[in-house]
Design a protein around this ligand. Structure first.
Ligand code: PLP
Length: 221
């Protein structure tokens, strides 16, 4: 089942769109099955869970951290992730940079954008993100590389709303990327799309999708 879904997704995804298999709440056996089917990018949303699974699995797995990250947990993640997709405050970004310097590593991150019409979602508003780049705050970073943005659409059955949210996220990403005066290098990743909406996300420009339920089935929290 898992292997079959992995293969089908890789067939369906256009070239240039990478797949993160979101394995949160699923056991290492399930991850191993996906790995054996060729999957190498996995996403986890809790630090403790990632730290428990990581040593039990092959070293060439790229772990993406996709959940809300508390500043006091940053240190334990240093050197363990290929990408932290969910930087949602300037404070967190600074802690990641300080801890990366301390650990002697460079950490790759995405800035999380909040566009969904929900109170509880984390992330920068488009205006906050534009201001962050306009004020060139990324220049303060020594050991953190901002590779792009991550965003989620509103949790709704209204697919026009979902498409509009992805369109906006892509537009924010593209506006920042196209601004040559910023001199950003390697700002090339726009992560959007989950099990229920990844096709729309890809149509709207996503080049990194995060799919959990469709691969691993329902989560038992
Ligand atoms: C859980 C999660 C996903 C995967 O969601 P599915 O609907 O199971 O595909 C994607 N992105 C983030 C940020 C998540 O927390």
């Amino acid at each position: 089942m898992i292997a079959e879904e992995i293969r089908r997704l890789h067939e369906e995804l256009p070239e240039g769109v990478r797949l993160v298999a979101v394995s949160k709440f699923h056991p290492v056996e399930a991850i191993k099955e996906a790995y054996d089917a060729g999957q190498r990018l996995f996403g986890e949303s809790r630090v403790q869970e990632l730290l428990e699974k990581e040593p039990q699995l092959p070293a060439d797995i790229e772990w993406h951290f996709i959940g809300h990250l508390q500043t006091n947990k940053v240190r334990s993640l240093m050197g363990k992730t290929a990408l932290i997709e969910s930087v949602d405050t300037e404070k967190l970004l600074k802690v990641i940079d300080d801890e990366s310097r301390r650990a002697g590593v460079t950490t790759r991150v995405l800035m999380q954008i909040h566009v969904a019409r929900e109170e509880t979602k984390f992330g920068f508003t488009p205006v906050e993100l534009f201001e962050f780049f306009r004020d060139r705050k990324f220049e303060l970073l020594t050991n953190t590389h901002i590779c792009g943005v991550m965003g989620m659409a509103t949790n709704t059955d209204d697919m026009d709303r979902v498409r509009a949210d992805f369109h906006l996220i892509y537009d924010v990403y593209d506006t920042i990327r196209a601004n040559k005066e910023l001199g950003l290098r390697g700002f090339d990743t726009v992560s959007m799309g989950m099990s229920g909406d990844w096709k729309i996300a890809v149509e709207e420009g996503s080049n990194l999708v995060r799919v959990g339920t469709r691969i691993f089935g329902n989560r038992e929290y």
